[in-house]
Design a binder for this molecule. Structure first.
Ligand code: G6P
Length: 366
């Protein structure tokens, strides 16, 4: 009810602002990286596996897609990510030494549960879930689990569940890296420091809300939007586009920025806002030239840039500067303004933000 909402207009907004606490709770009790964070016997299982197969739906699929970048670059473990409803019905080549990782806020999504059972029926016995509900079917079915402590999520569009999944998946990456001899003590200490500082860093990003509201007024008048990201931030662009379409009903698509010239550039006109997730990483120079391609066609660019990038606002180029550059965990910070953009655009269009048409919080039937 209204009392529970406090100063917020919707559960979604409340849940966006709960993220610093949700992340802090998810990290509570973590003193160091150890496989046992995922359950008894995790060390033996992590030693045995030679690859990871992530299965999930919706927003959880995008946290899994982000984790693939971490798992391959930090833990050096081959990783594939599949949409549960696809995997369960296709012929695939099973590897019994794969760690099957399901990701689910509810732990009750029918397709993800069925995909897990399918993997097991193919001989993959090592299973782990990153899940927000400790009593769920998913947690019961899996050998190992990392419970995110996002708390109850009521808004149909997932927010705090997503960022806490990313935290859990980053911990999984570090634990696998450690088991595989890919993590020095100095690196572990550095990653832990960055994780512990996350709630404060997220709080600073939430303070960008007024700037995002100004953009959302422009977005509310559009019928299409394009989201671009590269590398680790490509799945974040996908999640940003999903949030916008789910609650504002604006058609939104995400592309890895390098693919722009292979199709979506044909759609760019002055009517097409192009949102760019632009952390200051090694791909920044390439991203800048992708942005030039958009501007040359009259497109309006909306860039979330890191503090130390040289991109400045000018006609056709709108920039919101993120408070700090955050290395491997940057996807978590870049998610926040995209959630706020979707939320405020939906509010400006007057949609039923917490209960968007045709969608359900948890899809327990096929
Ligand atoms: C539904 C929800 C999404 C969610 C997806 C997967 O479509 O509306 O927000 O991402 O299910 O749910 P899960 O509980 O498995 O993460």
């Amino acid at each position: 009810g209204a009392a529970e909402l406090g100063p917020y207009r919707h559960y979604m907004q409340k849940e966006i602002f709960e993220q610093p606490v949700a992340i802090a709770n998810t990290l509570e009790g973590v003193v160091g990286i150890t496989p046992e964070l995922f359950g008894d016997g995790a060390y033996r299982i992590f030693k045995e596996v030679d690859s990871v197969l992530i299965l999930a739906c919706g927003t959880s699929y995008y946290s899994g897609s982000t984790a693939k970048y971490w798992l391959e670059s930090i833990a050096k473990i081959p990783t594939s990510v599949e949409i549960a409803s696809e995997y369960r019905y296709r012929d695939s080549v099973p590897n019994p030494r794969t760690l099957v990782v399901t990701i689910s806020q509810s732990g009750e999504t029918a397709d993800t549960l069925a995909a897990l059972k399918h993997a097991r029926s193919l001989g993959m016995k090592h299973t782990l879930t990153v899940c927000n509900v400790a009593t769920s079917a998913m947690v019961r079915e899996c050998e190992l689990a990392y419970i995110t402590r996002a708390g109850a999520e009521i808004g149909v569009a997932s927010t705090k569940a997503f960022t806490t999944q990313l935290v859990g998946l980053f911990m999984l990456t570090l634990a696998l890296a450690q088991t595989r001899g890919q993590l020095s003590e100095a690196q572990e200490a550095e990653h832990l420091k960055a994780l512990r500082h996350l709630p404060v860093a997220v709080q600073a990003v939430l303070a960008l809300e007024p700037q995002v509201i100004a953009w959302s007024e422009e977005f509310a008048r559009k019928e299409n939007a394009l989201f671009l990201g590269r590398g680790l931030h490509y799945p974040i662009a996908l999640e940003g586009a999903l949030k916008l379409k789910e609650i504002s009903y604006i058609h939104a698509e995400a592309y890895p920025a390098g693919e722009l010239k292979h199709g979506p550039l044909a759609l760019v006109t002055a009517e097409m806002p192009v949102v760019t997730v632009a952390p200051n990483d090694t791909l920044l120079e390439k991203l800048k030239s992708n942005m030039q391609e958009v501007r040359a066609r009259g497109g309006q660019l909306y860039v979330f840039a890191d503090g130390d990038t040289q991109i400045e606002s000018e006609p056709g180029l709108h920039v919101i500067r993120m408070p700090e550059h955050y290395g491997s965990l940057s996807p978590i910070l870049h998610t926040i303004p995209l959630q706020l953009l979707a939320y405020h655009t939906a509010c400006a269009r007057g949609t039923d933000v917490d209960k968007p048409r045709n969608l359900a919080k948890s899809v327990t039937v096929e």
